[in-house]
Design a protein around this ligand. Structure first.
Ligand code: ADP
Ligand code: ZN
Length: 750
């Protein structure tokens, strides 16, 4: 260690200096002890500080009293205290809890909570100008009309506003900016630093919302009560359009009325551009957004404003959970079942679950909203751990259509004519008939196909070669309008080859199966008069593209939408009366144990797009397996029934939520080292009652970005505390170099 110097050395002259434990945002678990220079006292847990760490200076958070086992002479002093509100106890608890649960280093979790470290720097001042004289005659400056105008403008600047910049003054006086410089040099104006934080408009909790139906009013009252009453978790369950958003708006109003903040977590924030509009209509001011696509400067401003208590409501992606709210009063997790809340990179955590942890630490209420709640949440509600508020009906009497199943074996699609060549079809006659009828009625159709691009697979007709990603164990997806083949996992792109890369036959490569682009080609040929749009994440580029499309659809400027899951959520289209699911079996094929749940949730949600407002809707799902329990539950419009069947399957296998699961992903560039590491881990696997270790086996994506991946699964009864077992396990394993092990507690897919 470095020699103590300055304050620490001084402090030790007067006996033992006080020491504190500091957490720093680097990927380690341990706390570091530092001496507290007397001039920084009083220093308390939660205070933000800068500390020397090796040769660097790091931002850190005081976590508690220091341990006594670092010798006084080795102790380095805290360098400075950062002038910002302390990190609250609930947020510190969340960091510790999240680290202990996910087995990620606590410092790495802290880094998520200090995501914009420069937000703590004092805001950079700009220069403002204040008048120093009443008249130019008091200076040696030559009197000109321009100078007089500027001085006048400066003298008349409202004292309630921050001093004007040179540009402000020049504009007000109608002169060039050089005039201001001259006046400052001549002593007529003084240049002063001005620190300004952006103004955040405050939502008004007392504005009236819509008149609620009796069911809605009952739920809203219950949520308002829980927003006043400390820790609770409430499942707000209701079909799409039942008014869940209106109801939880009431809970937000309650939190705001108490002077506390509210956080709303949404999946895929960029695609729910409508949500802030609705919020603004209800509360008269927009919420602060928080997601990874925000420009850094805006993230900085928002983080800072949250820390200083100037932001009443944030709507954000999962990472918003780690924002430094001074007094958070409510968390809403909308679409709580969505897999987007599970983070896979970095710290693997589920924001829905961590929201509950944060709420418990901060003694506040959580609302989990969904039309298709996760099995985990439903079982928590059934067991009485969560409150349950159902909203049984769609608002305004709109009915939720029961989907019809189109058996593709009984109704095979008929080829269509593509410039004299018969082309394969992906639309069965019953769906085509319904589309034609919808078009005649001047209503809209959504064709749902959760596959971007033109074709999910390209193969050679001569030799059967399939075009694969060189970095991943996946097929390359053709994007015809961009003339490229693309990997949807690592983003590898290559121009569409003219010849088969394997047998060199020219013009032999053929698309296999449909993506939205290819489906749109068929729709355009069959309904040439229809106004058609393709909506996928890669056709809606930019922050406003999705909102613009939504507006066009609402205005009736589109007849048929061919869309991926970007169209599945949250939109209300009054003219949309037909939803066609092109391949309902897609999510089930080769899937993991969660595939059925995921497919049910997605398709049930898509079906909810049909028939809002006054027009009844219709949903047709094309399947080759209409007897499948998922298809049967969809057709019966019965989430309860689906969940009961699903629960029995999981219980029989002791899979989550009936058992605990931890995935260990072993990865590395060298396949044999990865395989050896997997086997080594298996050899020293923990053995205890009520648990077993499965694998190693190739992970679901066996090669990803050139990394070979093997997986082991630890499966245990719910009574087993898995974290200490896994910690010891990893400590005992001797792994070859170049191999990494990633731990995923509660993996989403299994
Ligand atoms: P959900 O979140 O369950 O999908 P929303 O809250 O988005 O439902 O409500 C669906 C639509 O119905 C929205 O346009 C909403 O403004 C409207 N709505 C819901 N409840 C009412 C109500 N009580 N009065 C007026 N409009 C309502
Ligand atoms: Zn790839």
């Amino acid at each position: 260690g470095a020699k103590p110097s300055g304050p620490a050395a001084n402090a030790s002259l007067f006996g033992a200096s006080r020491r504190v434990a500091v957490r720093v945002p680097v990927p380690v678990d341990s706390l570091y002890d530092y001496a507290v220079p007397p001039e920084l006292e009083p220093l308390a847990a939660g205070d933000l500080v800068r500390v020397p760490l090796g040769k660097r200076v790091e931002l850190g958070v005081v976590w508690g009293e220091g341990a006594a086992d670092v010798p006084e002479t080795k102790l380095r002093p805290i360098q400075e205290r950062v002038d910002a509100p302390p990190m609250t106890q609930p947020l510190r608890d969340l960091v510790d809890w999240c680290a202990a649960y996910t087995l990620a280093p606590a410092g790495q979790v802290l880094r998520m909570a200090l995501s914009v470290p420069e937000a703590l720097d004092p805001p950079r001042p700009r220069t403002g100008y204040t008048p120093q004289v009443a008249d130019l005659a008091e200076t040696t400056l030559r009197v000109t009309e321009a100078r007089q105008k500027v001085l006048e403008a400066a003298r008349r600047w409202p004292p309630s506003e921050p001093p004007p910049t040179a540009a402000d003054l020049a504009r007000r006086a109608g002169v060039g900016a050089a005039v201001i410089k001259g006046l400052a040099q001549g002593g007529a104006l003084a240049a002063v630093p001005v620190v300004e934080d952006p103004v955040i408009a405050a939502p008004d909790p007392h504005r009236a919302g819509p008149t609620l139906s009796p069911d809605q009013a009952y739920a809203a009252d219950a949520l308002r009560a829980s927003a006043r009453a400390g820790f609770s978790v409430t499942l707000l369950e209701g079909v799409t359009g039942s008014g869940k958003t209106e109801v939880y708006f009431e809970a937000i109003a309650e939190a705001l009325a108490q002077g506390r903040q509210a956080l709303v977590l949404l999946p895929e924030i960029a695609l729910t551009a409508r949500w802030p509009d609705r919020f603004q209509q209800r509360f008269g001011a927009p919420p602060a957004p928080w997601h990874s696509d925000l420009p850094r400067a805006q993230r900085r401003d928002i983080w800072r404003a949250v820390a200083f208590g100037r932001v009443p409501v944030v709507v954000g992606a999962r990472s918003a959970l780690f924002l430094p709210f001074p007094d958070l009063g409510l968390i809403v997790v909308d679409e709580e079942h969505d897999s987007a809340f599970k983070q896979d990179e970095g710290v693997p955590y589920n924001a829905r679950d961590m929201a509950v942890v944060r709420a418990r630490a901060g003694d506040l209420a959580v609302v989990l909203a969904s039309a298709t709640p996760s099995l985990e949440t439903v079982l928590n509600a059934r067991a009485g751990r969560y409150e349950h508020l159902p909203l049984p009906e769609r608002h305004g009497g709109a009915t939720l259509p029961a989907p019809g199943l189109v058996d593709l074996r009984a109704h095979p699609p008929e080829k269509w004519d593509r410039q004299g060549v018969p082309a394969p079809s992906f639309l069965a006659p019953p769906l085509l008939d319904a589309m034609a009828e919808t078009l005649r009625n001047r209503e809209q159709t959504l064709l749902f196909l959760n596959r971007r691009g033109y074709a999910p697979l390209t193969l050679c007709r001569a030799c059967g070669h399939r075009l694969q990603c060189p970095n991943c164990s996946t097929w390359l997806v053709e994007h015809r309008h961009r003339r490229v083949l693309q990997c949807h996992h690592c983003d590898y792109r290559t121009p569409m080859p003219e010849r088969c890369p394997s047998c060199d036959t020219p013009d032999s490569l053929a698309p296999c199966g449909p993506g939205v682009e290819r489906l749109a080609e068929e729709v355009a040929a069959r309904f040439p008069q229809a106004r058609l749009v393709v909506a996928a994440s890669d056709t809606l580029i930019g922050p406003t593209a999705a909102a613009e499309l939504v507006e066009r659809i609402e205005q009736g400027a589109v007849d048929i939408i061919v869309g991926t899951q970007v169209m599945a959520k949250g939109h209300h289209f009054p003219l949309l009366t037909l939803v066609g699911v092109v391949d309902a079996d897609l999510g089930l094929a080769g899937g993991d144990l969660r595939a059925a749940e995921r497919t049910f949730q997605l398709l049930h949600q898509v079906a909810g797009r049909a028939g809002r407002a006054q027009r009844p809707g219709r949903v047709l799902m094309q399947t080759t397996d209409p007897e499948h329990p998922v298809m049967q539950a969809l057709a019966a419009n019965d989430p309860e029934r689906f969940l009961s069947v699903e629960a029995e399957t999981r219980r029989a296998l002791m899979m989550p939520p009936f058992g605990r699961l931890v995935a260990l992903i072993v990865s590395g560039l060298d396949e044999s080292a990865v395989s050896a590491a997997g086997k080594a881990l298996a050899r020293c696997a923990p053995s205890a009652e009520d648990m077993e270790v499965l694998g190693p086996a190739p992970a679901p994506l066996a090669v990803l970005r050139r990394q070979h991946r093997h997986r082991l699964l630890l499966k245990a009864a719910r009574t087993v505390r898995v974290q200490p077992l896994v910690r010891d396990w990893l400590a005992a394993a001797v792994l070859p170099p170049g191999v990494r092990v990633k731990v995923d507690v509660d993996p989403y897919a299994f």
